[in-house]
Design a binder for this molecule. Structure first.
Ligand code: FPP
Length: 244
């Protein structure tokens, strides 16, 4: 009998429109191989590239990846520099890849704290990929959910101080419209790799009704089969959004 692969029967699966991923486990992946941590990040960056194509193949329209958090600056200077250099390369390579894959790329997070050349690379990639209508890839860099809310509340306080915003105007929709994710639907499925069971300040407002899937798989080992496993899990959930 033919081996049943993860890819069999996927046509019957309901595909989540927006998948968000906390890509964790690069350091442990490297450690297991006696490699420096930055080699784990390099492998993780390659997985980021591949998973975009896999997600689109499966019919996912929005993919949001947590690449660097507001807390990640606490890592060693060597590690932070290594990740920033990977990011530089990723942003440059992504210009060609977005054209090849018809992929629109957005960056969320406070980019003002990033080096000037990185900010320029981000602006260029966002601009040139605006015309693409395939996968909407969002990468969170220097992103923290609390920091995103703080920035949104500051912007609203400035509007209020100018007399442009009344207390009654602050609806949930209005708050959503002030977040970095204003152009994105809320995620349907959150995946976290490497066995940790927490959300680590990722999309804290947007995950209110999202299904969570945790896997022991380390991020560099994550692939299309693992993504299908997560989607199968999602298919077994009954989303009631607070109803009965
Ligand atoms: C966590 O692994 C991973 C991150 C810090 C974020 C993800 C980063 C990448 C995929 C590489 C960077 C790529 C770009 C394009 C910026 P960890 O180091 O926390 O792993 P550990 O928990 O096993 O130590």
């Amino acid at each position: 009998m033919a081996k049943k692969t993860e890819e069999s029967d996927i046509s019957e699966l309901k595909i989540p429109g927006h998948v968000a991923i906390i890509m964790d486990g690069n350091g442990r992946w490297a450690k297991k191989r006696l490699l420096p941590r930055n080699m784990g990040h390099r492998a993780g960056a390659k997985t980021m590239e591949d998973i975009c194509e896999d997600a689109w193949d499966l019919g996912i329209k929005y993919l949001t990846l947590y690449a660097f958090s507001t807390e990640n600056w606490k890592r060693s200077e060597e590690e932070v520099t290594g990740i920033m250099n990977l990011l530089r390369k990723y942003l440059v390579d992504c210009v060609e890849r977005s054209a090849k894959n018809n992929m629109r790329v957005r960056i969320i997070g406070d980019r003002t704290a990033l080096d000037e050349d990185i900010q320029e690379k981000i602006a260029h990639l966002e601009e040139v990929s605006k015309i693409y209508t395939g996968l909407n890839l969002t990468i969170a860099i220097n992103y923290g959910g609390r920091d995103e809310l703080r920035r949104a509340v500051t912007a609203m306080a400035e509007e209020a101080a100018k007399g442009e915003l009344a207390p009654g105007d602050v609806t949930e929709q209005y708050i959503s419209s002030k977040l970095d994710t204003r152009e994105l639907p809320d995620p349907d499925l959150l995946i976290r790799t490497s066995g940790e069971l927490r959300t680590s300040n990722f999309l804290i407002w947007q995950l209110a009704y999202t299904e969570f899937y945790f896997t022991d798989c380390l991020w560099p080992d994550f692939n299309k089969d693992e993504l299908i496993k997560a989607i199968r899990y999602y298919n077994g959930r009954d989303r009631r959004y607070g109803g009965v």
